[in-house]
Design a protein around this ligand. Structure first.
Ligand SMILES: Nc1nc2c(ncn2[C@@H]2O[C@H](COP(=O)(O)OP(=O)(O)OP(=O)(O)O)[C@@H](O)[C@H]2O)c(=O)[nH]1
Length: 374
């Protein structure tokens, strides 16, 4: 593993600030040689011209299609060619950064590193970094599906253009991003200005990386389960179907109140953060009972076969029968990996799995997982 070349995938919607971040990384004094793969959508390689060039750097531009669909094979080819050049001594680099086009869903890019045998012999994904623009991010998330997927896949979310907006907008956007992807820390990053350690060597795909989930998120997720399940009826008279549009910010609720964000309504519910109809959302499974390994394995296989395309990232610390060690597992779409970790020791064994996906049937999945418990 130590010999594999780490690869950082930078994603984010059009104009979010990816190239600005990349330039920042390339000019920073980190003493590392970096090869860059740029994916442009269209004929002109504009970003390539915008990148600060350093003689040591290999910059490959792929502009004959979108990296996520039409040219995944080309990505693998480029990666292998780079590796051959490194072996011959005509290219020197210790890591690779891929900047995807703003329109790409980064899932297939990440998958290339797991599915292409040759590529996976040389490279490993270190992390997916998603740049979200604080000025336009909210609207982009409302309107653009790939932008949502980019958030769902992220190991880190970098918030750019915070200098251009009020702090309330930033807070609301952060709350929304956190709801969509509670795994990824959100870091402010004006003009690409971020500590390099937040971007490189983050080990986002390491199985032994901790599953740190903010306790507030877990609490909120539980409360939400108690209140507004899909299809639930709220006492204010609204049917809370999955689109969460019950109290649209600035919307008129049938209980007769105009609900500003953060208000407590006379129907008794506190309408905290604006509820967006996000395609991508996260939920958590928790239980103190152990899993039966065979049942869980078979359930997860079926689940990923059916919902794999919509399962962006999932990761869990598992309590299994037959071992006193923690089992760590994670996956991207259909690809899963699991490994035994350290013993539970003094810690009370418990299961915690976070799923981030596109309109996943939360209730059914949680129930399905329950059936895999001993
Ligand atoms: N004020 C401000 N402007 C920023 C910030 N980050 C980026 N910009 C500007 O936003 C514009 C777009 O930035 P880019 O880095 O080119 O964005 P990109 O994501 O690479 O864009 P595409 O390649 O089109 O997808 C540029 O004019 C940047 O100077 C920031 O934090 N604050």
């Amino acid at each position: 593993m130590d010999k594999l070349i780490p690869v950082t995938i930078i994603t984010g919607f059009l104009g979010a600030g990816k190239t600005t971040l990349l330039n920042r990384i390339l000019t920073e004094e980190h003493g590392q040689k970096i090869a860059v793969i740029e994916n442009e959508f269209g004929e002109e390689s504009i970003d390539n011209d915008l990148l600060v060039r350093n003689e040591d750097e290999e910059i490959i531009t792929m502009n004959n299609g979108c990296i996520c669909c039409t040219i995944r094979g080309d990505l693998a080819e480029n990666l292998i060619r780079l590796m051959e050049k490194k072996k011959e001594g005509s290219a020197q680099f210790e890591r690779v950064i891929i900047e995807t086009t703003g329109l790409a869903d980064p899932g297939p890019v990440a998958q290339t590193f797991f599915m292409d045998e040759e590529v996976s012999q040389f490279y490993m994904v270190d992390g997916i970094i998603t740049v979200v623009d604080a000025l336009n991010g909210g609207r982009t998330l409302d309107e653009q599906e790939p932008a949502q997927a980019q958030v769902g896949f992220a190991d880190r979310i970098l918030l750019s253009k915070v200098d251009l907006v009020d702090s309330e907008i930033v807070d609301d956007l952060c709350a929304r991003l956190h709801r969509m992807n509670p795994r990824a820390p959100i870091i402010e990053c004006n003009m690409g200005n971020v500590d390099i350690r937040e971007v490189l060597d983050i080990h986002g795909f390491n199985l032994d990386a901790a599953l740190e989930l903010d306790p507030d998120f877990l609490k909120e997720a539980q409360e939400e389960g108690e209140h507004h399940h899909h299809g639930d009826h709220c006492c204010c008279g609204h049917d809370h179907d999955h689109n969460h549009d019950h109290h649209d910010h600035d919307g008129e609720c049938s209980c007769g109140h105009h609900h500003e964000e953060g208000e407590t309504c006379s129907c008794g519910h506190h309408h905290h953060h604006p509820r967006h109809d996000d395609e991508i959302a996260a939920f958590v499974f928790e239980s103190d009972k152990p899993f039966d390994p065979a049942r869980l394995d078979s359930y997860m296989r079926t689940l990923t076969q059916v919902y794999g395309p919509d399962m962006l990232r999932y990761k869990g610390v598992l309590y299994m029968t037959g071992t006193d060690r923690r089992m760590i597992f994670q996956g991207v779409h259909m690809l899963m990996a699991a490994d035994l970790d350290k013993p539970w020791g003094d810690q009370k064994p418990t299961n915690k799995i976070v799923f981030i996906g596109r309109r996943l049937p939360k209730k059914a999945i949680l129930q399905g997982l329950e059936t895999c418990l001993v």
